[in-house]
Design a protein around this ligand. Structure first.
Ligand SMILES: Cc1cc2nc3c(=O)[nH]c(=O)nc-3n(C[C@H](O)[C@H](O)[C@H](O)COP(=O)(O)O)c2cc1C
Length: 204
């Protein structure tokens, strides 16, 4: 009798464990899974959307990127309404064809004369290229955080910077960099081959 109640208890415990496991939300992907599954996505699932709150979370992660003297020169201009998204699509040339179903289009800029400068004085020969560097770093964090949340992205350098400046009233002291598409993949993207590592890596 005693044995039977122990067995019943064990069965109930097992049932409870499997029940809770069944309800568990999808596990957070590992860093390597994020790196491997991130791809440039060129067709999006229009039935799913990404909220302003979720985009805030992605940008908050991008803010964690290092930057010159912690200046954080990168800025994000987000088109999230259908009308604004259409306007931005008009400023990316043939990339437009790759943006069906996107949830948002984000323009990245950096403030000039910050990274590469101290107290407004240029202290390194490459000057504002450091601003572009920091903007690229922040954008890397952005696309990886987005992927870790199940989203997909496409960075676009093919865009008309001056049209974007007008669309978002971007001040002249900022350099317009990329447009980043944000959404959910519709099809599985292929991984483009990479160079042999020894072509880009040298130890001394
Ligand atoms: C600075 C930059 C500009 C890019 N511009 C475009 C673009 O205008 N259009 C496009 O379809 N892809 C663009 N890409 C995406 C690259 O083609 C893509 O990252 C590369 O082929 C590697 O593929 P993966 O991102 O899937 O690994 C750009 C990527 C970067 C980093």
């Amino acid at each position: 009798m005693k044995h039977r109640s122990i067995l019943t208890l064990a069965a109930v415990a097992l049932a409870l464990i499997s029940c809770t496991q069944g309800q568990k939300s999808p596990a957070t992907p590992s860093f390597d899974e994020v790196l491997q599954s991130r791809r440039s996505v060129r067709s999006y699932d229009a039935s799913k959307t990404i909220s302003e709150a979720e985009i805030r979370e992605v940008v908050a992660a991008a803010q964690e990127a290092p930057s010159w003297i912690n200046y954080e020169p990168t800025k994000f201009y987000v088109a999230i309404t259908p009308g604004k998204i259409e306007e931005v699509k008009g400023a990316v040339g043939r990339n437009r064809e790759r943006l069906e179903g996107v949830s948002a289009l984000i323009v990245t800029t950096f403030e000039n004369s910050k990274s590469g400068f101290v107290d407004g004085n240029q202290v390194d020969p490459i000057g504002d290229m450091w601003g572009a560097h920091d903007c690229g770093l922040a954008t890397s964090y952005f696309i990886l955080k987005a992927r870790s949340m199940g989203f997909d992205t496409l960075i676009m350098g093919g865009r008309n910077a001056e049209e974007l400046r007008t669309i978002f009233s971007i001040p002249e002291n900022e350099t317009v960099m990329a447009v980043v598409a944000l959404g959910y993949r519709k099809d599985e993207p292929k991984r483009p081959e990479r160079r042999e590592i020894d072509e880009i890596l040298k130890f001394f």
